[in-house]
Write a protein that binds this ligand. Structure first.
Ligand SMILES: [Zn+2]
Length: 182
């Protein structure tokens, strides 16, 4: 026999929600469902593949993947100036490049400030003895933050490359709406 977590009412077998208050019976499953829906919504970006010439896509899908590899977006930009498909991905890649650069710069500034504050109290002798104190903690936290930020950026890069190579003119989640190239 099961009872509602929220109101304590008895829940009949097989019911998904509490008959008294409507609370979902399996909160873990409901939360997983909500997370899956949210992830699908984020990935469900505008797809304008149909507006592109299939021959253009076929000829330029490989070179377009360079759009997402940092400054290498220059390769499709300069080598395929007449390809609408390549320009679509170069535009996405430039936005990615700017966001990635901005994040890197902000992290570097924050790291420099935090480590200089945390390290200010340390003497050369402390450092020589490996006695890092607050600096050690700050360095660890900064490392974890950098790692956490790197994961979504890596996912965006992979999504962009997969879209380019599979012939899809599909925007990147979150950042892909902006247009820099016409
Ligand atoms: Zn209830």
């Amino acid at each position: 026999m099961a009872f509602c977590n929220k109101c304590g009412a008895e829940i009949p077998e097989g019911a998904n929600v509490c008959p008294a208050c409507g609370e979902p019976v399996n909160k873990a499953a409901a939360a997983a469902n909500a997370a899956q829906n949210a992830a699908q919504n984020i990935l469900n970006t505008a797809d304008t593949t149909a507006e592109f010439d299939p021959a253009d896509i076929e000829q330029n899908k490989i070179i377009s993947l360079f759009s997402y590899l940092g400054i290498l977006f220059l390769i499709p930009l300069l080598a395929r100036p007449d390809s609408k498909y390549a320009r679509f991905h170069v535009n996405q890649g430039i936005i990615y490049f700017i966001v990635d650069l901005a994040v890197t710069i902000i992290l570097a500034i924050v790291s420099a400030i935090c480590t200089s504050i945390a390290g200010a109290s340390l003497s050369i002798l402390d450092l020589a003895a490996g006695n890092l104190g607050a600096l050690g903690v700050v360095t660890t936290i900064l490392g974890i933050i950098s790692f956490i930020i790197a994961i979504p950026l890596l996912i965006l890069m992979i999504l962009g490359i997969v879209n380019a190579v599979t012939g899809k003119a599909k925007e990147l989640p979150i950042i892909g709406k902006f247009r820099i190239l016409k």
